[in-house]
Design a binder for this molecule. Structure first.
Ligand SMILES: [Fe+2]
Ligand SMILES: [Fe+2]
Length: 183
């Protein structure tokens, strides 16, 4: 959703088609292997991840081949693991403090725990039938619900604070590169 709105001079097109860095804060973070994590607004970055994962769940639904299913699920698990880590390590603590929040972030963390539980149940497993498919489907539904709450409640509230989302995005981009490299 975030992507279509900002179409400034695309300094670099990212793999996930996410919005280009809003300000070219002349940092070198966007170089080399970082094609999937251009520096930019933290919220745009998270929304781009949401979009990517949602497309992967849609792809899973349409796939019959077990090998392809396994491949899609491996990507989903990696993307979600990195994404939830970024939120829990960097984004959530910052917005929680800025919003003086006692509800949205704690609830989001509980939801992450449920998603991680499902990740553990399918990651690396063979797609061996209806139970596997059901777990992936439920995971998709959990994620969809969670994303809706983030995008409809948490992010709009966070945007009203004075947080520097560009700086936050830079921190997250850097951390994302580390996490992807070790994933
Ligand atoms: Fe998220
Ligand atoms: Fe989240």
């Amino acid at each position: 959703m975030a992507t279509a709105t900002r179409k400034k001079p695309a300094a670099r097109k990212t793999a996930a088609g996410k919005s280009p860095a809003r300000k070219s804060t002349a940092r070198k973070t966007g170089g080399r292997a970082s094609s999937r994590a251009a520096p930019g607004d933290a919220i745009a970055m998270l929304k781009a991840d949401h979009k990517k994962v949602s497309a992967l769940f849609d792809q899973f639904e349409k796939t019959r081949s077990p090998a392809k299913k396994k491949e899609i699920v491996a990507t989903i698990c990696q993307e979600l693991t990195v994404h939830t880590t970024l939120e829990e390590e960097i984004f959530y603590p910052e917005v929680k403090a800025a919003m003086k929040d006692k509800e949205l972030v704690p609830e989001a963390k509980v939801e992450h725990a449920s998603v991680k539980d499902l990740i553990a149940q399918v990651e690396g497993r063979e797609p061996d039938g209806e139970d596997y498919d059901a777990k992936v489907k439920v995971m998709g539904e959990f994620v969809k619900h969670h994303v809706k709450e983030e995008q409809n409640e948490m992010f709009p509230k966070a945007k009203k604070t004075r947080l520097d989302f560009v700086a936050l995005g830079e921190r997250m981009t850097q951390r994302k590169q580390e996490l992807m490299a070790s994933a």
